[in-house]
Design a binder for this molecule. Structure first.
Ligand code: PGD
Length: 820
């Protein structure tokens, strides 16, 4: 096996990019946190909990919370974000929309100037648009399935608040699933009986103690565990250090299967295996063929705990399609040599192995197959349910595997209003939901019917979209197609703290506060639930910003539903106290001690103890002990390697057993002759998707003010590209400028641009205009993974790169847009 070490990585990077790279490497998240100042107000963010430094009513700095295991350097950028030039200061309306309302020229979105209006004018306008669309088209005319990472906080939960308000107004078209795990979360219930991707993992202490092999299969916890959906405690980092120590002591081997050397690989220096992107399922088939034909697989495990292996075996051996999935066959597809495929399979079988899989691999065409194949491989290894072994699909997310504390659940604002889930006046038609990443398709193609997990969905005609807490003009695939679809909308309303690419495309923009401008509460550690954090308001709302709760309350008032919206509560503190008291009641029943609300609020947090049994938690342990007494939630109660349910759907792009299906674009396709580079878009190191882009953190990674694109030296040389050059990355769908980083940390024929760079159109009045800044979704495909899950396929892209020889246009997306 080839060992691509960190030394090789450094050697491959040229002199010009070395400044950016040195900064990248030296700003390792494993720095120790500053000492906590107990007198400062507590608050929290996706990046961690902190005490806010407030001087003269201004937010000037942060001190990481003392219980944070490994504070992320990103929290230091929070004050800079609060006072960013990109803050939306006042309610704003697009000029044409203000003059012509829903009859405006919608092709001017993103190009036309904005006009400042008063809050009353803006809220009246929003309320009258909701009424108009509800009356004219009904709830099926409004898309409010707004998706995004918003900010933490159980009350100021942007999407839930907006949905609560829209539900009261008569309903809307919603969305289901997410951009992170759409494929896996739909297929896993058929295979394992649960979604897996958001479930607690076998505990990290057991992995560090027991495993002899740990495989990071497209998973980068070092980078991704900097954030949690709630407030991060960074509990995984001490265990990553534990892995490092175990390898140094010769007790463990680390492998990374990945086309690039990611942050985890840079830290742990694993044995690298680099398949071509989107070919992991073929590689696993080759491994399983070898294990089966040499009788090295765990036949007993397969018999006792799984169903359908016989049918899968017929496919594996080529009895169904006349193609035996031999290591030679797999090697031809994935590019990993036959010997490595065989020896890797044997190594995993012969030692105690934990397979940690990420989610990026399933953000690809037929992405469902990756997780299904990995479960099947793990079944052949036979170690599922053993301490520290098996597989885990959430070690790289929100510090999964960090043992769970004995904490009560913390409720929050919801769309269940006054205890009622259905509201009398909500029409039946309001129940429609689409798979979230089909939003462009929905708006573009009213009347079209799609398949989704055994159901059929017919798209209604959408006239209005309402977005809060998300940035679709950064996160969604095929930007140019999306812009065309958006022209069909009569109205687009956005609540945003910042002039993001999405806010710039809106007709009405309502300015929103950030965490430090509100009071709220949330738990710390999605999986560990180690603390509740008092998120205390430190400063007054910036300029005229209001929080989403207040905005939605005022709109509900105009629609005649204020009392239902507020449930009679008069302040945000009423809600926060109620959430806390509900948790305290639960805690008392479980003998968990919690202070009074007043004490908690004053102290800023409450900490929960972690019981020993959490530290010893092994996923699937009880199933392994007795599968009859502890069956899985699948129809058979066992792991389904063949799914009768999926067989009944009769999908041509998702067979009833895990299989290799050629993706729409990949290096083995004929399109690769025209566009010879496969584009990957991992998650970024110094922002959360697009969040914190508008801070000084950009200085740590940008190349000539552009998002970096990593290229192998062979590919760069062929194109006459050097480190630090501005390049144009392009394909049939679009183009973006980016800054070249030439490095052998990425395999030849593959490039990567982290997702989340703000879209900055060169000339927003022109169709298919180039992005000046580096938004990778100019290149990606708007297609569902398959009829089963319809997830996004952002890692299935071919493109090419050329040196940009014209004068580089100025990046302007971090300035304010034109305002009348
Ligand atoms: P964020 O940048 O987090 O990205 O897409 P997502 O839209 O979640 O956007 C959140 C927005 O909410 C920000 O603009 C922020 O300012 C705003 N916001 C924050 N707090 C509040 C609040 O309190 N109220 C309101 N109204 N707004 C607020 C992320 C999505 O991108 C995800 S989850 C994934 S997994 C996908 N990943 C990829 C990928 O791997 N590759 C590509 N090419 N594309 C992807 N897109 C997806």
């Amino acid at each position: 096996m080839k060992n691509s070490s960190r030394r090789n990585f450094l050697k491959g990077t040229g002199a010009l990019a070395s400044v950016a790279l040195t900064q990248k490497l030296s700003a390792n998240p494993l720095i120790s946190g500053p000492i906590e100042d107990q007198s400062a107000p507590m608050n929290g963010s996706h990046f961690g909990a902190f005490r806010a430094h407030i001087k003269g009513g201004q937010f000037t700095g942060v001190t990481a919370f003392k219980d944070d295991y490994q504070p992320s350097p990103m929290i230091n950028a929070l004050p800079s974000r609060t006072y960013s030039k990109t803050r939306v200061e006042y309610p704003m309306v697009r000029e044409g929309f203000l003059k012509h309302g829903h009859n405006s020229d919608t092709s001017k979105r993103g190009a036309e100037k904005f006009v400042r209006v008063s809050w009353d004018e803006a809220l009246d306008l929003v309320a009258s648009e909701i009424k108009r669309v509800q009356k004219t088209y009904g709830p099926k005319g409004i898309f409010a399935g707004s998706y995004g990472w918003k900010s933490p906080g159980k009350l100021h939960n942007a999407r839930v608040l907006m949905n609560r308000m829209m539900k009261l107004s008569g309903g809307y078209v919603g969305s289901t699933g997410d951009y992170s795990t759409a494929a896996a979360q739909v297929i896993m219930p058929h295979v394992l009986g649960g979604i897996e991707v958001y479930e607690q993992q076998t505990s990290w202490p057991l992995v560090v103690k027991e495993a002899e092999n740990v495989v990071f299969w497209g998973a980068d916890p070092m980078r991704c565990c900097q954030i949690d959906w709630t407030i991060s405690e960074h509990g995984a980092y001490p265990y990553l250090e534990g892995l490092k120590k175990a390898t140094k002591a010769g007790k463990m081997k680390i492998y990374a299967v990945n086309p690039l050397t990611d942050d985890t690989a840079m830290y742990l220096d694993p044995i690298m295996i680099r398949p071509k992107p989107n070919t992991d399922t073929a590689m696993m088939l080759g491994m399983m063929y070898h294990l089966y034909t040499t009788k090295q697989y765990d036949e007993k495990f397969i018999k006792k705990y799984t169903v359908g292996f016989k049918k899968f075996k017929a496919y594996l051996l080529g009895e169904i399609d006349k193609t035996p999935k031999t290591p030679a066959w797999a090697s031809e597809i994935c590019g990993v040599d036959e010997k490595t495929i065989k020896s890797f399979a044997e190594t995993l079988k012969n030692k105690k192995t934990m397979l940690m899989a990420g989610w990026g691999v399933q953000r690809a065409d037929h992405g469902e197959q990756f997780h299904w194949m990995l479960v099947t491989l793990s079944c052949m290894l036979g170690q599922i349910g053993m301490p520290g072994c098996g597989f885990g699909f959430s070690y790289h997310y929100s510090n999964g595997g960090t043992p769970s504390a004995a904490a009560p659940g913390l409720s929050g604002i919801s769309t269940v209003i006054g205890g009622k889930n259905k509201i009398d006046w909500m029409s039946a038609g309001a129940e429609l939901s689409i798979p979230v990443a089909r939003v462009t398709d929905l708006i573009m193609n009213p009347g079209k019917t799609i398949d989704f997990n055994g159901k059929k969905i017919t798209y209604p005609e959408i006239k209005m979209a309402y977005w809060v807490g998300g940035n679709p003009f950064v996160h969604h695939q095929d930007r140019n197609l999306m812009i065309e679809a958006w022209k069909k909308l009569e109205t687009f309303i956005v609540h945003e703290p910042f002039w993001t690419p999405t806010a710039r495309m809106a007709d009405i923009v309502l300015p929103v506060t950030t965490e430090i401008e509100n009071n709220d509460i949330d738990s710390m550690g999605d999986y560990s639930s180690s603390h509740f954090i008092a998120m205390k308001k430190g400063i007054e709302p910036y300029k005229e910003s209001k929080n989403d709760y207040e905005i939605c309350r005022q709109i509900s008032k105009r629609l005649g539903y204020e009392k239902e919206f507020t449930e009679g509560k008069t302040s945000e503190m009423d809600w926060i106290k109620e959430f806390y008291e509900n948790a305290k009641m639960q805690a008392e029943q479980r003998n968990i001690k919690m202070p009074s609300f007043e004490k908690f609020w004053e102290q800023g947090y409450v900490k929960f103890e972690t019981p020993e049994k959490s530290k010893q938690y092994t996923k699937f342990e009880s199933f392994r002990k007795n599968p009859m007494l502890n069956p899985l939630g699948t129809p058979s109660g066992k792991i389904e390697i063949y799914s009768r349910t999926i067989a009944k759907f009769k999908y041509d792009d998702c067979l009833p057993y895990p299989s290799w299906i050629e993706p729409a674009e990949w290096l083995g396709a004929k399109e690769a002759k025209k566009y010879p580079l496969h584009v990957l878009s991992p998650h970024p190191k110094y922002r959360l998707h697009s969040q914190l882009s508008n801070t000084w953190l950009r200085d740590l990674y940008e190349v000539q003010g552009r998002e970096p694109v990593w290229m192998n030296p062979i590919d760069a040389k062929k194109r006459g590209i050097k480190n630090g050059d501005i390049v144009r990355v392009f394909n049939e769908r679009g183009a973006t400028l980016a800054g070249a980083i030439v490095t052998d940390a990425i395999m030849p024929n593959v490039i990567k641009i982290d997702e989340g760079a703000w879209y900055d159109p060169l000339d927003p009045s022109k169709k298919d205009t180039m992005c000046k800044h580096g938004n990778v979704n100019l290149l990606t495909i708007d297609k569902g993974t398959s009829k089963l899950a319809q997830g996004n396929i952002s890692n299935t892209v071919l493109a090419d790169v050329e040196k940009y020889t014209e004068a580089a246009p100025k990046v302007t997306v971090f300035e304010k847009p034109s305002i009348v």
